[in-house]
Design a protein around this ligand. Structure first.
Ligand SMILES: [Zn+2]
Length: 391
């Protein structure tokens, strides 16, 4: 289906660069799966070889040097049986891993050897533009790839006609599904910056129990992740009573892997839908920057309601900004929780655990979470408008 091929041309008004990723499951034939596995294996082999050589070279000369893949093809001719691009990317990835490590060793750690058991196999292939067409493209029934041919896939979302495919990453989940992430580049028009009005602005007060309470007093409907987690706990208990290595054990392990994937999917789905809904309905959204730190501390203390606050805020930010809308982070100095939204009285004595309080200034009955959300909205908007005036 020619219409599905991504075009090279981008709209003339495209100034800003933007990337979109389509993720979908692959259903390779047995032969194709074999080729994918072979590529995984070669990438792993090459990574480990290179890493060992880097270490050896460093020990001998005190210098850091990463050899290129070409060097290894002579001693390991089977590397020629797979696409050479993923192998080049192994070199790139190892270089990047070392750069990250040298820059920030405390957060990245020294590059590690890869094993088949770690179950995190993936490789990347760039899309090349030839006179006959691109080297990789989507069709109605799958994705055309070099070496693999047409790999059947269920692609539920189609790329827009001006997106151009840059590269794809093939990976395998712990439960054994093959996945493909196709990254498209697309020029976008710079959206004009809107000046948000108060009635078009939403304040979000994040909470562990309800995910958030907004300035309208609403909370999202949460997916049944709590129930899924309970189910998972029961499955793990059952596993602990089984003989490791037995047939039953392996079957149970596979069930657990699938349940993990199910939870991750539920969460991702929730995050995308909810952030999309808000970004479309409002011109500006205000959040507090202290929320995330506090929540992550509570989560570490054993909370289970992990819905991915950070990922949600990231999604919300880019979905708003792509439409020229504002994502406002309220400075921590504003006393959003302690101020009466009706009269502005700041209640320094307020016990932060109380669900509601009466304002000593005006006598208003305030529900704590909603009052805070409204202050986040109003203070955030004021902060934003002041910044806009000064810039
Ligand atoms: Zn008041």
């Amino acid at each position: 289906m020619a219409a599905d091929r991504p075009e090279r041309r981008q709209p003339q008004d495209g100034k800003a660069k933007q990337y979109n990723v389509l993720k979908f499951r692959l259903y390779p034939t047995q032969e194709q799966a074999g080729q994918i596995e072979k590529t995984f294996g070669c990438c792993r082999y090459l990574w480990n070889k290179m890493l060992a050589d880097v270490q050896e070279f460093y020990a001998a000369t005190d210098m850091h040097f990463i050899p290129t893949p070409a060097k290894y093809k002579k001693e390991a001719p089977f590397l020629c049986d797979v696409d050479s691009q993923p192998l080049c990317n192994v070199h790139q990835n190892l270089r990047r891993a070392f750069m990250d490590f040298f820059r920030a060793p405390e957060s990245f750690g020294y590059p590690q050897f890869k094993t088949k058991k770690s179950g995190r196999d993936s490789y990347m292939v760039y899309c090349r533009q030839y006179r006959t067409g691109p080297s990789i493209y989507l069709t109605g029934s799958g994705i055309q790839m070099p070496r693999l041919g047409l790999v059947p896939a269920n692609i539920h979302k189609k790329p827009l006609h001006w997106w151009s495919l840059r590269f794809v990453t093939i990976s395998k989940t712990a439960s054994g599904k093959y996945m493909c992430a196709a990254t498209f580049g697309c020029g976008v028009r710079e959206s004009e910056r809107l000046t948000p009005a108060r009635e078009r602005t939403l304040g979000l007060n994040f909470s562990l129990k309800r995910f958030y309470v907004d300035s309208e007093g609403r909370s999202p409907e949460l997916p049944g992740i709590g129930a899924s987690r309970e189910k998972l706990a029961r499955m793990q208990q059952k596993l602990s009573r089984m003989e490791p290595g037995s047939n039953n054990y392996d079957q149970q392990l596979q069930k657990i892997r699938l349940e993990h994937e199910h939870i991750a999917n539920q969460r991702r789905d929730f995050i995308h839908k909810e952030s999309r809904r808000i970004a479309n309905a409002w011109d500006a959204v205000c959040v507090r920057d202290t929320d995330l730190v506090e929540l992550s501390q509570k989560l570490r203390q054993g909370g289970v309601m992990d819905y991915g606050f950070g990922a949600f805020r990231g999604c919300l930010k880019y979905k708003l900004e792509r439409q020229g809308k504002a994502y406002i982070v309220l400075d921590r100095l504003f006393p959003a929780a302690k101020t009466c939204n009706e009269c502005g009285y700041v209640n320094g004595e307020l016990d932060s655990h109380r669900k509601s309080w009466t304002c000593p200034g005006c006598g208003a009955q305030l529900a704590r979470e909603i009052n805070t959300a409204r202050n986040i909205r109003d203070m955030g908007l004021e902060q934003y408008l002041t910044q806009m005036e000064n810039s």
